[in-house]
Design a protein around this ligand. Sequence first.
Ligand SMILES: [Zn+2]
Length: 333
Amino acid sequence: VAKVPTECVIGVDLGGTNLKAGLVEGSLAVRARVERVIAGLGREELLDALADAVAQLRESAEVEVEAVGLGIAGLIDSDSGVVASSTHLPIAGVAIAEVLSERVGLAVLADNDANVALLAEVRDGAAAGEHVALIVALGTGVGGAIAFDGEIYRGAHGAAGEFGHIVISPDGPACGPGCRSRGCLEAFVGGSALARDACAAAERDPAGALGQALADGRVIDGPLVTELALGGDATALAVLTTLGQWLGIGLLSLANVFDPDVIVVGGGVSAAGDLILEPARRVLAERAPTLISKHVEVRPARFGARAGMLGAAILAREAAAMTPLRRRGKVAG
Ligand SMILES: [Zn+2]
């Protein structure tokens, strides 16, 4: 007879393009999952999709669902619970946890997606047991989060850890949509920046594999550049090396501010692994104070595409364990 699992929670990763939801056990095993494309949905459609995903998972569960955790690509005002800004989601101004809780009749905890990704890494991943841990999440944009002794630090208003918007070149390229600055880390090491730089490199070297891919009409993105670099294409490799060096410049500032034990690098672009992490580590080794450089470790994230969903589940489970949750929305912090 199969052991009856402990109560489950539902973890939801609400990214700019996809909604990924899972019914998650205490062991972080995922019993069921729902995934759908949400790009282009309006506010009401998006809230419907969220509520539907939760309802589907609840139906599939043979156990009581305790709570729902939600990691969103956006900033949540920690006082009001209202989404203050989100580049790709039409939910700015919405008290997302409260609204979803009303719809599904369960307690809902919401937090920024990088915060929940780091929560997963500090509980059971690349930053487990560390005193001071940071994550830099290299997606289309660049997110970040901070943890001290296993607790996420969210700042005075819920906006701490926005490492993507550290300015590393004041006159540098424009940053992503929603950012008023330029020359931000995101403008050098995010997925959009990688695609931009790779296209420029392909045009300069039309005979190389990257140039050939461009001529063939292939989409020049992170996975393709990584594939070509691993295949030995010097141009693709140079693009990733340069990206890794810029990442290192960003990590150098973080290292000087936080003196961390570990900086976890996650997100889709981090699939390039040591092709970008090694150049970044070299910058730290050469430029950081030795007291920092001899200790700090730059590690790949353990939880790749599942980080948001699992971290959101952990957020919900821990909140449920701490206090009896009223059936209403709550923001982490
Ligand atoms: Zn920016």
